[in-house]
Design a protein around this ligand. Structure first.
Ligand code: NAD
Length: 344
């Protein structure tokens, strides 16, 4: 994705007015959920020309084709044509699903993302992955296509619940660990309230954009962005199946500790580096509770990860802080011992 398609600003209204003038469109729709309707829409409403407001229910459980039906239905009822524009105002769910609905409506209309969660600002809005969940499978139906524009303004973070902010911050930590050793030295001295969000977002967007640009279809290097996600996703699914919940970022934080431990055991990371990663993550996230008897079940979910090859678990490991290797085979004993290490 070219970097001029992402504007990071503290003047979202000015940017909206500028970009709406630049984009040639007929009608405009704005997609919100009940939280972004109350917390974010009022911040930009005055800058929007006449538009159709489409509201959906918040939450991953509504990231479905049924919700797309509702979006397509509204666009059809309002007689939107192929030159119309959808503005997605929300977190990763709205961005992924709104983008998918836009790119499939009449074979594709334009869309803009204004991400309102930290996760969407530093991760989901960059990289062109669009889609919905299907029959319980995450992001099972979708496509790659970049938004016509992304406008990121930290002002939206002010209303974000602290747990959601921390959840998005796991991706910021990840970007440092896989790609910026010097940045990590500075980051680890700062806690969440000390951060300059504009700079933090800029840094993460630059890293993600660079990685994606060098490997858009995830043939190799882009896989490094999955650091922490192999074990993290398995724990996230395990908790969901058992009617317990962890936020995505809490699971990724767990995954980063467990996968750093495997990196250490394979001689890729020093014990000092492992400790510094653990100490920083523990200063931000409470550890997820994993009982010893749950480890086998979590392991069975790791085996189902869609990134595995020939039933072999493939993970991303750190090769020193600031650099990562992908497609590293993990053995069952490495996986289980890393989960035991985390939970002890
Ligand atoms: P989300 O979109 O569900 O938002 C989290 C919650 O915060 C929701 O309840 C939402 O209504 C609320 N919210 C949003 N902005 C707010 C604000 N400013 N103030 C108050 N409340 C606000 O979740 P998310 O964490 O942003 O995104 C998760 C989704 O992103 C998942 O579906 C995941 O698959 C996807 N994702 C996509 C990519 C990608 O590359 N496309 C990358 C990572 C994650």
């Amino acid at each position: 994705m070219s970097t001029d398609k992402v504007v990071i600003t503290q003047a979202v209204n000015q940017q909206i007015q500028y970009i709406l003038k630049e984009l040639n469109f007929t009608q405009l729709a704005v997609l919100v959920d009940e939280n972004t309707l109350v917390n974010c829409y009022p911040l930009i409403k005055a800058s929007l020309p006449n538009h159709c407001l489409i509201q959906i229910k918040s939450g991953e459980e509504f990231k479905t084709i049924e919700t797309c039906n509702h979006i397509w239905g509204r666009l059809t009822a309002e007689a939107f044509d192929r030159k119309s524009l959808l503005l997605n105002l929300g977190g990763g769910v709205i961005g992924d699903m709104g983008g998918f609905a836009a790119r499939t409506f009449k074979r594709g209309i334009k869309f803009i993302n204004i991400p309102t969660t930290l996760l969407a600002q530093v991760d989901a809005s960059i990289g062109g992955k669009l889609g919905v969940d299907f029959k319980g499978l995450k992001n099972h139906i979708g496509l790659f296509s970049d938004p016509d524009q992304v406008i990121v303004d930290p002002v939206f973070l002010q209303s974000l619940p602290p747990a959601e902010l921390a959840s998005g911050f796991a991706e910021v930590i990840k970007h440092h660990l896989i790609a910026d050793a010097n940045g990590w030295e500075m980051l680890k001295k700062q806690s969440l309230p000390d951060l300059n969000w504009l700079e933090t977002i800029r840094h993460s967007v630059a890293i993600k954009s660079r990685v994606v640009a060098s490997d858009p279809q995830e043939a190799g290097y882009r896989k490094t962005l999955n650091f922490g996600h192999t074990l993290g996703h398995a724990v996230e699914s395990f908790k969901m199946i058992n009617d317990d919940s962890v936020l995505h970022g809490e699971a990724v934080a767990l995954g980063m500790i467990a996968e750093s431990y495997v990196s250490y055991k394979k001689g890729l990371l020093s014990s000092e580096e492992l400790k510094s990663i653990e100490n920083y993550i523990d200063s931000i996230f409470t550890r997820v509770n994993i009982m010893p008897e749950e480890i086998d079940e979590i392991f069975n979910l790791v085996i189902q990860d869609k990134k595995n090859k020939n039933n072999r678990v493939m993970a991303v490991l750190l090769e020193g802080i600031g650099s990562a290797k992908w497609d590293i085979k993990l053995t069952p004993s490495e996986i289980k011992s890393s989960l035991r290490y985390y939970s002890n």
